[in-house]
Design a protein around this ligand. Sequence first.
Ligand SMILES: *Cc1c(COP(=O)(O)O)cnc(C)c1O
Length: 371
Amino acid sequence: MIPVAGPWITQREIDAVTEATAHGWYGNAGQHVRSFESAFATYTGRQHAIALPSCTSALHLSLLALGVGPGDEVIVPEATWIATAAPITYVGAIPVFADIDPETWCLSAAALEACITPRTKAVIPVDLYGNLPDLAAICAVAERHGIIVIEDAAQAIGSEFQGRKAGSFGATGCFSFHGTKTLTTGEGGMLVTDRQDVAERVRFLADHGRAPGERMFWNTEVAYKHKMSSMQAALGSVQLARIGELVGRKRDIFGWYRESLSGLVGLTLNSESPGTLNSCWMTTAILDPRFGMAKEELIRRLAAAGIASRPFFYPLSSLPAYAGSPQSAPAQARNAVAYRLSPYGINLPSALSLDRATVAQVCRVLIDILA
Ligand SMILES: *Cc1c(COP(=O)(O)O)cnc(C)c1O
């Protein structure tokens, strides 16, 4: 099978993990994590970076540290992985599903504003497939209404909006280093912020509620255990040192698709608005409904030819997981763009191991299927 996603691991990563496995203990314990965090803060232009087991935990701790709790509403885009929304439920708050923009496929600022109620406490815009929403407009709406922005940059390391890195826009920015993401540590995540109080609260919550410098085994709150290991951090540090190369390959893969598919009328690929640098995590194609082919059918046909692909995210409000939510029915009626695009979208193979010839082969099969 031609893989849909996967990392680019070199001998440098293998050597770094081996070194951490041999030496990341005793006096060196914690060193690899601290140096990964510090390089990551510098890369994203943020004051603080905290390494965590996943982006899900980064979103969860963001909500807790920013005081989002029972009864609060938090707005999320319809089209995203459930990990954006699930932590809202963990803290007892209510996810509200807002429509996406037809160009960027990310949260629409107008839809966000229309969903705001007196109970709205925060919004989590998502940098979908490496593209960015209009973050200037979203931050302006949030500021006008006094709501917190938490940026889900899980899919967008290396992307930029008006010269600023993805993850540098909200009160916190959250990243994923899952094996399918552009930068991987196997599993892992990072929370970045400029706020000292938020950084301290996140570190406290991630370490079973013990404050630094306090008596040993003296916990002042019941909290969580969310840590990254030295071996993961060593892997992440090398991947981060190679981030230009990783993002460059993702953009190359997208460019190869764009070139080979440019003659195919009725197929829309990811956009890149002026002022945006799209790190192209997943090359994604949306078919004109006139092809008469739903995404599930296209995925089956590609799989039969040895090509793995994935569906464009189903609108969250359509998932059985949210069938019991009073937010689902109004969202289904309201969020026309997500419901119009999602049935016809797929992620094409975008693994970092792909070369130009493999992408050309995928394009030939796709063109054949749609002919
Ligand atoms: C991958 C992903 C997450 C979750 O990341 P984990 O590290 O798997 O917890 C969150 N949001 C989005 C948009 C993602 O793609």
